[in-house]
Design a protein around this ligand. Structure first.
Ligand SMILES: [Zn+2]
Length: 282
């Protein structure tokens, strides 16, 4: 168990890291940073100062054990949040609606084409397994959807993760191809686009490298590498680092069969969790 001082220092580091992301993200939202800060409740994101000054505010005579418990609580409150976004599973009537691919864009794209055959349940199963592993490592985890019947688009998915100030938006998919022999694991990251992704580009690329490497190691899948994507609505609206893993091809019979097994889903999840922990500490 960590000592009180190292637990507090750890919590402060985590908070500081996320503060940096939040402050960068606000530029895209067009919100005046100072106004926004004033709107935050006292227990909100700017707990940095509270944490730093808390030890002095402890009533005299509080036991070492109480102080330790408070430090552990502070650490839990500051744990990095990973936002898991299992692809597809959208209500068809919503999926066919269109939305701008980036803030201010006139280019519209449908919210959800449904994905490759069998992809949505595979993505969801991997997300649940990843959530369990991340929680065991000390992360907080939010999921954009936990069942079928998602009623939003990719803007909504990004905003869900933005609002939670995620340390990473990890989008989980499986691919499809007219070439049945195509197989392997690849990771997309946002292409650099000023005003849309410049604030998240470098960290997203770093996350993509970490997660791709760890996932290939954990699964033994063919390494298809990293691909920058300018056309993904969920990236262009993200104010937090974002990547999308294509965990394999649903159109490749052997890989599709693997992806449908709990054992292989667990391997993928272990790779994703390992990659996340390379990218950001809990
Ligand atoms: Zn997909």
């Amino acid at each position: 168990m960590p000592s009180t001082s190292s637990a507090t220092a750890h919590a402060e580091r985590g908070t500081r890291r996320r503060l940096e992301w939040r402050e960068v993200g606000l530029v895209k939202d067009g919100i005046n940073r100072k106004e926004w800060r004033e709107q935050q409740p006292a227990w909100g994101p700017f707990v940095r100062h509270r944490q730093r000054s808390t030890p002095a505010r402890y009533p005299k005579g509080r036991s070492a054990r109480d102080r330790h418990h408070l430090a552990v609580l502070a650490q839990l409150a500051a744990a990095a949040l990973i936002c898991l976004d299992p692809g597809h599973g959208t209500i068809p009537s919503v999926g066919t609606q269109r939305e701008p691919i980036g803030p201010g864009s006139h280019v519209l794209k449908i919210k959800d084409g449904g994905g490759a055959p069998g992809e949505a349940p595979v993505a969801l199963a991997i997300a649940f397994k990843t959530r369990a592993l991340l929680r065991a490592r000390g992360y907080r985890v939010a999921m954009t959807r936990t069942r079928d019947g998602f009623a939003g688009g990719n803007i909504a998915r990004a905003q869900f993760c933005n609002e939670r100030h995620a340390a990473l938006m990890l989008r989980i998919h499986a691919d499809g191809s007219s070439n049945q022999s195509a197989h392997g694991f690849q990771t997309f990251y946002p292409a650099l686009h000023r005003g849309w992704t410049d604030d998240i580009y470098a960290a997203s690329l770093r996350a993509a490298r970490d997660v791709q490497r760890a996932a290939v190691r954990a699964t033994g899948a063919k390494d298809l590498g990293l691909v920058p994507r300018a056309d993904l609505t969920g990236f262009n609206w993200a104010n937090v680092p974002a990547i999308l893993v294509e965990t394999g091809y649903m159109t490749n019979p052997p890989e599709s069969a693997l992806l449908k097994t709990a054992a292989y889903q667990e391997k993928v999840a272990r790779g994703l969790a390992a990659g996340v922990s390379e990218f950001v500490r809990p």
